[in-house]
Design a binder for this molecule. Structure first.
Ligand SMILES: [Zn+2]
Ligand SMILES: [Zn+2]
Length: 361
């Protein structure tokens, strides 16, 4: 049914007719829709006010379980690490092994054992930094660790997909402000990348190019949703964005995973991540909360030429450091909706500096 609602290709090239009208936008990566209501963007809003983030943190916090030398749960102690540091999550949501147990009662009560591994990556020994505060070569070493862990965990026979992500800020439920991310590696491909994989495969079979290769070419031609770019990567507010300042980071070269990036591209990835998160921090003058992470090829031993490496950033803030968007009501029961258009959000992000106010960088 959903597919039938897509207008024929070439129907209209301009958004002008929809600029002030409620409309739905199609997400070709997932096959889902988002309702856009640009005429509502100026309505008065009185909602929850988030507590502003704590202004300063110490470089080392003796009570932080991620700082170098400190004790974690279960008697583990962190080494005096000086760069990045990775360890198995002490409270992992997934566990290796398992006896392959399965349940099926009348195809209504269905469950399967799911083996996997959860790891934590500290981006820096410094408790008070985050990705945009770190020097470029330090962000590059985070990129190297992401790529290394993708290959390492993905090479295990019981791992079919490696999800690398970061949950930043109290607004996103991050329990510790120390700069860190997570890796969940498991047997199954989770729902979101599985859906994107199917749609990318269909596009690749039809056109012989990746879906995101074609999408990025369109966005670079039109320019209105491009936030920033370098020789290796392009950052856009996707046409079908749900979160107000959602972005998509796409490699120019259609590579299936982090493992396929060359040396220059790893530097370029570090560069765009750092510049984008700096713009985010400057948007509302606050350490910008988000959930962000990679989607890339499953690690099932197949080549996956249809898969195109990308990162999603899903930040919750809407109007200020204290006013956030919630996916509630119609959005839980119907489909996602937004007032601010992707074009307007991209224009806001383009205006922002890539340096800290008052910083020499
Ligand atoms: Zn810490
Ligand atoms: Zn994706």
């Amino acid at each position: 049914m959903t597919e039938l609602a897509v207008p024929a290709p070439g129907t209209a090239a301009s958004l002008d007719a929809l600029a002030d009208r409620p409309h739905r936008r199609f997400n070709p990566l997932t096959g889902e829709w988002v309702l856009v209501s640009p005429h509502r963007a100026r309505r008065p809003w009185q909602g929850q006010v988030e507590r502003p983030a704590v202004a300063t943190r110490p470089a080392y916090d003796p009570t932080c379980y991620l700082c170098p030398g400190n004790e974690r749960a279960g008697g583990h102690r962190n080494p005096e690490y000086t760069g990045t540091f990775v360890f198995d999550n002490d409270f992992a949501a997934l566990q290796p092994g398992g006896a392959g147990a399965a349940v099926n009662v009348e195809e209504l009560l269905v469950a399967r054992d799911e083996p996997g591994i959860c790891r934590v990556i500290c981006f820096s020994p410094r408790h008070d930094l985050s990705l945009p505060d770190m020097e470029l070569h330090c962000v590059r070493s985070v990129v190297d660790l992401w790529a290394e862990q993708y290959e390492l965990l993905g090479s295990r026979p019981d791992v079919g997909y490696v999800e690398i992500f970061e949950n930043k800020g109290e607004a996103m439920g991050a329990s510790n402000p120390h700069p860190h991310g997570q890796i969940w590696a498991q047997r199954s491909v989770p729902i979101q990348p599985a859906r994107e994989g199917e749609r990318q495969l269909a596009h690749h079979e039809r056109h012989g190019r990746t879906l995101l290769e074609d999408y990025v070419r369109l966005e670079l031609d039109r320019g209105e949703r491009v936030v920033l770019e370098n020789d290796g990567f392009v950052v856009v507010v996707p046409f079908w964005a749900v979160w107000p300042f959602e972005t998509l980071v796409v490699s120019r070269r259609p590579v299936p995973s982090l493992a396929a990036l060359d040396d220059a591209e790893r530097d370029q990835l570090a560069d765009v991540v750092r510049r984008l998160t700096m713009r985010y921090d400057n948007l509302f003058d606050v350490p910008f909360p988000y959930s962000g992470g990679f989607h890339q090829a499953p690690t099932d031993g197949m080549a996956h030429p249809e898969w195109h490496l990308h990162m999603h950033f899903y930040p919750p803030l809407l109007r200020s450091a204290t006013v956030r968007k919630f996916l509630v009501g119609y959005e839980m029961l119907g489909e996602p909706q937004r007032d601010l258009t992707a074009e307007a959000a991209a224009a806001r992000l383009r205006e922002l500096p890539e340096t800290r106010p008052g910083s020499s960088q």
